[in-house]
Design a protein around this ligand. Structure first.
Ligand code: PLP
Length: 443
């Protein structure tokens, strides 16, 4: 094994797939085997693996100005153009954008900007952040504490206590319901619990709630109808900001521009990464409203600088990659394409797997979906330690499809947005064979 500390990997594992090249939605290993990349890498390669226009835009930028920072009075055209473009398309009032390199650092940046803002307006006590059970928001210090998945917390002494993070229920009806509760009763119960928690903590101490409109790494959870409407009413009533983590949902994934659009959310802050540049170059964006930015000006003047920034904030090649990616989304009507092919994917998954003995629930929206693998279809009982998810993932690979088992036994789909209906059919057919094999192994 190479001396790499592999991320999000069991460090005892010795088996690895070595990838060499990609083409469209396909990726090839070093033995020449072809796979459909059914998870778009890590929910990110929206334009597939061989988009020459994005490669050319990056190359041209590297040939012209391969680096320029944006600290203390320096700037360049690509960062200005990208910020204007983002402001034009996001549902955030008079948006300003802080650029970083990953979804995690964008969430940490938001965390810090919220502190900065509330200190600036004389409400330093408004500092707690609400996050949800099962949520995934990254792995840096603040983002890693906002994440609720046990594997990301264990052994890291996370969540860090000083970060003042509150946790509330995940809106997953299938695993969270009690007895014969209806979806509506489930939603009302978990939101009542949340409101009680807000009142006990004191709303004046809570800055924001972070939500991923439809979750990815926590198992592709699509909250029941009515959840977001009621949640937003509670948050608005208590003057708690809505922070939408669009790192996976952003840019067409759910069949609309943003997950917020699909789920009817009006966000105050938004986090982007991944599909912002189709993952051809690392870049993230922490978007804040103009009124928050205005309040941050004077404190920066008192100190002499707004003291937060990365060497690579707004890297010119990353901005060029993002600008070209956003241009292609618009020109090629990519979000409408994702809506159309996504509807086909959802239908094919339901037709093929709803009656499968291993599948408890088929869920998703647009081009993101998951199969919940269960040991008992009637009770919904799960398999221990994600064994079904891991076995199914390997079987899918054997049959030429890369998927990802997440949050235990949820088998996640998130193909590049460029996938066609015919390719969706190929993927579903291969996964069907793989799941039958998995059932044979686990039975
Ligand atoms: N937020 C969400 C919703 C994510 O899914 C991820 C990564 O999967 C992140 C944040 C962190 O992004 P990154 O891995 O680029 O740090």
């Amino acid at each position: 094994m190479a001396p790499v500390v592999y991320p999000t990997t069991n460090l005892t594992a010795t088996e690895q797939l070595v990838f060499e090249r990609g083409e469209g939605i396909y990726i090839f290993d070093n033995k020449g085997k072809r796979y459909i990349e059914g998870l778009a890498g890590l929910w990110c390669t929206s334009l597939g693996y061989s988009n020459q226009e994005v490669i050319d835009a990056i190359t041209e930028q590297l040939n012209t100005l391969p680096f320029s920072h944006t600290f203390g009075g320096k700037t360049h055209q690509p960062i200005m153009d990208l910020a204007e473009k983002i402001r034009e398309i996001v549902p955030v009032e008079d948006a300003y954008v802080f650029f970083g390199n990953s979804g995690s650092d964008a969430n940490d940046s938001h965390y810090k900007m919220l502190r900065y803002y509330f200190n600036a307006i004389g409400k330093p006590e408004k500092r707690k952040i609400i996050t949800r059970e099962r949520g995934y928001h990254g792995v840096t210090v603040a983002a890693g504490s906002l994440t609720s998945l046990p594997a990301n917390l264990a052994h890291f002494d996370a969540p860090l206590e000083a970060l003042s993070i509150l946790r509330t229920a995940s809106p997953h009806y299938y695993t969270g319901r009690r007895g014969n509760e209806t979806e509506e009763q489930f939603v009302d119960r978990i939101l009542e619990e949340l409101e009680t928690q807000i009142q006990q903590e004191g709303p004046e101490t809570i800055a924001a709630m972070i939500i991923e409109p439809i979750t990815g790494a926590s198992g592709v959870i699509v909250p029941p109808n009515g959840y977001y409407e009621k949640l937003q009413a509670i948050l608005r009533k208590h003057d708690i900001l809505i922070w939408a983590d669009e790192v996976i949902c952003g840019f067409g994934r759910t069949g609309n521009d943003f997950g917020c659009t699909t789920m009817g959310i009006q966000p105050d802050l938004m986090t982007f990464a991944k599909q912002l540049s189709s993952a051809y170059f690392p870049i993230s964006a922490a978007v804040i409203p103009g009124w928050m930015y205005e309040a941050m000006i004077e404190p920066s003047n008192q100190v002499g600088v707004f003291g937060h920034g990365f060497t690579y904030s707004g890297h010119p090649a990353a901005c060029a990659a993002a600008l070209k990616t956003l241009e292609i989304y618009e020109r090629d009507n990519m979000f409408a394409h994702a809506a159309e092919v996504g509807a086909h994917l959802q239908q094919r998954l339901r037709e093929t797997f709803e009656s499968h003995p291993l599948v408890g629930e088929v869920r998703g929206r647009g081009l993101i979906a998951a199969l919940e693998l269960v040991s008992n279809k009637t009770t919904g009982a799960s398999f221990d330690k994600g064994i079904a998810g891991a076995t199914a993932q390997r079987a899918c690979e054997k049959h030429g499809v890369i998927l990802r088992a997440v949050a235990g036994n949820a088998l996640a789909f998130c193909p590049p947005l460029i996938i066609t209906t015919k390719q969706v059919d190929d993927m579903v057919a291969a996964v069907s064979v793989a799941l039958d094999e998995t059932y044979g192994i686990l039975r």
